[in-house]
Design a protein around this ligand. Structure first.
Ligand SMILES: [Zn+2]
Length: 118
């Protein structure tokens, strides 16, 4: 187990816990509409706390929260089974730089672009 992997794991766990807390807080309270959703910003420092603050401000819907939570759970289980950091689509390694921005990534950058249809 590498140190980098450990650090991704602890960040994912922190993020997961923060999302769980938010989900229990916002149950039955659909705060914002789809249009209100703003993707987490990737400018400057990658700071989980900053994203969580974004969540606190209500820019994510309950649906988005569930989705983000699920992605993190899946990433954590990939750490457990040793497939973390491998693109689930093409089987290439995902760049560590990308993982440090988005630790829950399941695709490499080219597959992500393909999936987003950009
Ligand atoms: Zn790929």
């Amino acid at each position: 187990m590498t140190t980098a992997l450990e650090s991704f794991r602890s960040r994912l766990e922190k993020h997961r816990d923060a999302l769980s807390a938010l989900m229990s807080k916002t149950t039955d309270e659909q705060k914002v509409t789809e249009e209100g959703f703003v993707p987490p910003s990737t400018h400057g420092q990658d700071d989980e706390a900053e994203r969580v603050v974004g969540l606190e401000m209500g820019i994510m819907t309950q649906e988005n929260l569930k989705h983000a939570h699920l992605e993190i759970i899946e990433a954590l289980s990939r750490i457990e089974d040793g497939s973390y950091g491998i693109c689930v689509d093409c089987g290439e390694r995902i760049a560590e730089k990308r993982l440090s921005f988005a630790p829950a990534s399941r695709y490499c950058i080219s597959c992500q672009i393909k999936h987003e249809g950009m």
